[in-house]
Design a binder for this molecule. Structure first.
Ligand code: PMP
Length: 421
């Protein structure tokens, strides 16, 4: 452990943060919703939404191993795995979204989505939300204000709209129709840009704003925003890197719960259960507007064989409805303890995406950042790994592998309550 920690500190960039920076866990093995450290201790993993169907799921492992032994790279050649997977992934989407591009990370996917939007609309301006995170590439750093805004000047092609957060945003949930009211902010941005001689090419958002601490936009927000953007000639991108593939429960894709159809969808993290793979799916017209694209590792046969196996497991084990039911149990559990704890300001989420916002008190809603961190460390002592998100780093977030059970949910809520007390 010490040697690994020292090597990490000597050779890896300081800005690459670990969970529990002060005393990181050395993980050597994963199975289902559990992680095991180098001393054999078992941790309940509540944050790893990349190992979507469970760590090292045997069906996924054997699909990968089998393909790995046959062919790992088919770049520039025809291969069944890539074609079959594209067809299968597209079959989960509305019929307008019928062309797929493969890359290796969510960031590459969002960068490509912006390129596609620009090539189709011939406009480069983008609207993003102030609580957004879309990735680590140059373009995405510019449109991920929640993490990067403090560091530099906002670029002239970036237009920032308020995150529709009804707990601590501009408008609370008691305002009549907060969704359309927040959407109106986007309309104003489009108009103002026009007055300044700029045209919006794309609007990008997650269906649930995870980086803001699992903020679920109010009803009709996206329906209105998508109308305004389309009316003005722009396209809408749904970043499903965290929310897609059944995580929101009930619906396979996050945008479906908002009754909208995006022009471009991006997906990364969960699609290959931790193996690097991401995809951008769009309409034929938008796809055909880009004349040249290549990605060496994007859509390699191993990643695609794994991707198909992940879809098999989601279907066979009915993980989308499990995300709905177990997620409800988790959220209801936190709601039930909220009145006992003056520090639990808000409990929110959908499916297996749950956020618990800690505040100093419920009236001032002052973010309790330090307490959130202490609580995460206390839960680690209880062998539960939980994440922290939000602009003020005061929202405890849970996005576990979808094999998480109702017993796991009850266990987490009980321990959370004890630790917070
Ligand atoms: N979009 C969202 C919503 C994300 O949460 C992330 C990663 N946390 C990304 C894009 C970038 O994905 P990656 O780290 O695979 O590049």
């Amino acid at each position: 452990y010490r040697q690994t920690l020292q090597m990490r500190r000597d050779y890896i960039g300081k800005s690459c943060k670990l969970h529990f920076e002060v005393a990181p866990i050395k993980i050597v093995r994963g199975s289902k919703q559990y992680l095991y450290d180098d001393t054999g201790q078992e941790f309940l993993d509540c944050v790893n939404n990349t190992s979507h169907v469970g760590h090292c799921h045997p069906h996924v492992v054997s699909a990968g191993q089998e393909q790995m032994a046959k062919l790992t790279s088919s770049f520039g050649f025809l291969n069944d795995q890539t074609a079959l997977y594209a067809k299968r992934l597209i079959s989960t989407l509305p019929e307008t979204l019928c062309v797929c591009f493969f890359v290796s990370s969510g960031s590459e996917g969002n960068d490509l989505a912006l390129r596609l939007a620009a090539s189709y609309t011939k406009r480069h301006d983008v609207i993003c939300l102030d609580g957004a995170y879309h990735g680590n590439l140059g373009t995405l750093v510019e449109i991920s204000p929640v993490r990067h805004r403090k560091n530099h000047q906002i670029k002239d092609w970036v237009h920032i709209a308020p995150t529709p957060n009804t707990y601590r945003g501009k408008l609370d949930s008691s305002a009549p129709n907060p969704g359309p009211l927040y959407a109106n902010e986007v309309r104003k941005i489009i108009q103002k840009a026009k007055q300044n001689g700029r045209e919006i090419g794309a609007f990008i958002s997650e269906p649930v704003i995870t980086a803001s601490g699992i903020v679920v936009p109010p009803e009709n927000y996206f329906a209105h925003v998508y109308n305004y953007v389309h009316e003005s000639g722009g396209v809408c991108i749904s970043d499903e890197v965290q929310c897609g593939l059944g995580r929101c429960g009930e619906h396979f894709w996050g945008f479906q719960m908002h009754n909208v159809v995006p022009d471009i969808v991006t997906i990364g993290k969960p699609i290959a259960n931790g193996y690097p793979l991401a995809a951008v799916i769009t309409t034929k017209e938008i796809a055909d507007s880009l004349t040249d694209f290549s990605s060496t590792f994007g859509g390699n046969p191993v990643a695609c064989a794994i991707g198909r196996a992940v879809l098999d497991v989601i279907e066979n084990e009915k993980l989308t409805s499990s995300a709905k039911n177990v997620g409800k149990c988790l959220k209801d559990g936190f709601k039930a303890i909220q009145h006992k704890h003056p520090m639990i300001g808000d409990v929110r989420g959908v499916g297996m995406l749950v956020g618990v916002e800690l505040v100093m008190d419920k009236t001032s809603k002052k973010p309790a950042k330090e307490s959130a961190e202490i609580l995460a460390y206390k839960l680690k002592e209880k062998k539960i790994i939980i994440g922290i998100e939000g602009a003020d780093k005061n929202v405890l977030v849970l996005l576990p592998p979808l094999c998480f059970t109702t017993d796991n949910a009850r266990f987490v809520v009980q321990n959370f309550s004890e630790a917070l007390a």
